[in-house]
Design a binder for this molecule. Structure first.
Ligand code: GLV
Ligand code: MG
Length: 349
């Protein structure tokens, strides 16, 4: 499925050649998808106060929840959803998502059957881990359709895939287009690193060993000194760029994933900003301290929006070229500015 899209369409579901969307992908992109473990009583207790402070609250049932706690997490999520006002369901300030267990695990069938039956009217998005190809999305899509029909739900639950296997990366286009339920994709850097047999031990972020080295500094007599500067490169550039292209082509949202070093807000912000500049709309947050970073980084800056509005005004009917502050602006730079202005308006709305 392909289709020419203007930047103004970027945050809308793609219509050309695609099956009709079951419902609009939420017009307001979620900057922070905040993870909590519903089997952890301390974390669960904080959920009600977080409604309105974050775009998405996600009850995690998969990795990071111990095998012995899988049932407690599933039932904890049902309880939290029932007990928390204004959480999920398409209206209200905070969406409710869940990350179900992997499709080859013994828990996933119960995850889906229980959650759709018990809290399907509140559940906005199901995040599916370790997606390998379109067949995984088809399976979840059909199962959701049956469960929604049985529960009498009229509002379909959307699907978000985590890109965390080499095979998933290779099949990225078919995954994005596998169902009109597709809401977006997240990078899963920890599992992806393992699946690719990368030699890292981190959850997201850069690596001090993955560098660009400058030529040695020379003395005035052209003698080599031992000084060499290095710059850390971004391990995730290739995958994020692929994700952004596949998502843009299918009119769904690309997200960064987890950044595990909670003690390093600077590196966290750098990773999030790179992802934002490349086209991602948001990220996961694993600790409350990352929510502010995500909300700030994934919102266009006041200066950028001001500049974008000036270009839009200067370009009149949107064709031709004008000079602004010594720079040439034309139809194509206008389109970039419209992306920025539209995002600012969606976030303000
Ligand atoms: C997330 O699930 C990851 O594997 O990074
Ligand atoms: Mg993972």
């Amino acid at each position: 499925m392909t289709g020419q899209r203007s930047p103004k369409d970027f945050f809308r579901p793609l219509a050309v050649g695609a099956p009709e969307p079951l419902r609009e992908v939420p017009a307001r992109p979620s900057r922070a998808i905040h993870f909590f473990d519903p089997s952890n009583a301390k974390m669960a207790a904080k959920v009600p106060q977080m409604v309105g402070t974050v775009d998405v609250l996600l009850g995690n049932l998969e990795d990071a929840v111990k095998a012995d706690n899988k049932e407690a997490a599933r039932h904890g999520l049902v309880q939290i959803a029932r007990d928390t006002a204004n959480l999920g369901g398409g209206s209200g300030p905070t969406q409710l998502w869940t990350r179900i267990n992997a499709l080859d695990s013994p828990w996933v069938l119960d995850d889906l059957t229980t959650l759709v039956a018990e809290i399907g009217d509140q559940l906005d998005v199901v995040m599916v881990p370790k997606v390998q190809g379109a067949e995984d999305i088809h399976y979840v899509d059909r199962l959701l359709a049956q469960l929604e029909a049985r529960a009498g739900l009229t509002r379909p639950i959307l699907v978000h895939a985590i890109l965390e296997t080499a095979r998933g990366v290779v099949n990225i286009e078919e995954i994005c287009g596998a169902s009109p339920r597709m809401q977006g994709l997240s990078l899963g850097p920890a599992d992806l690193a393992a699946d690719r047999r990368m030699k890292t031990t981190r959850v997201g972020g850069g690596h001090p060993g993955y560098v660009v080295r400058e030529d040695p500094v020379l003395t005035s007599d052209n003698v080599e000194t031992s000084q060499r500067r290095t710059y850390q490169q971004d391990l995730w550039h290739y995958t994020i760029a692929r994700m952004v292209d596949a998502c843009a082509m299918h009119g769904i949202y690309p997200y960064y994933g987890p950044f595990g070093d909670i003690s390093d807000p600077v590196a966290c912000e750098d990773q999030f900003r790179n992802a934002f500049l490349l086209g991602c709309v948001g990220t996961w947050t694993l600790h409350p301290s990352q929510i502010d970073i995500a909300r700030r980084v994934f919102s266009p800056s006041v200066d950028d929006v001001r500049h974008a509005r000036r270009v839009v005004a200067a370009m009149g009917d949107g064709t031709g070229a004008v000079m602004l502050d010594g720079k040439m602006e034309d139809d194509a730079s206008l389109k970039q500015c419209l992306v920025m202005v539209e995002l600012a308006e969606q976030l303000a709305g």
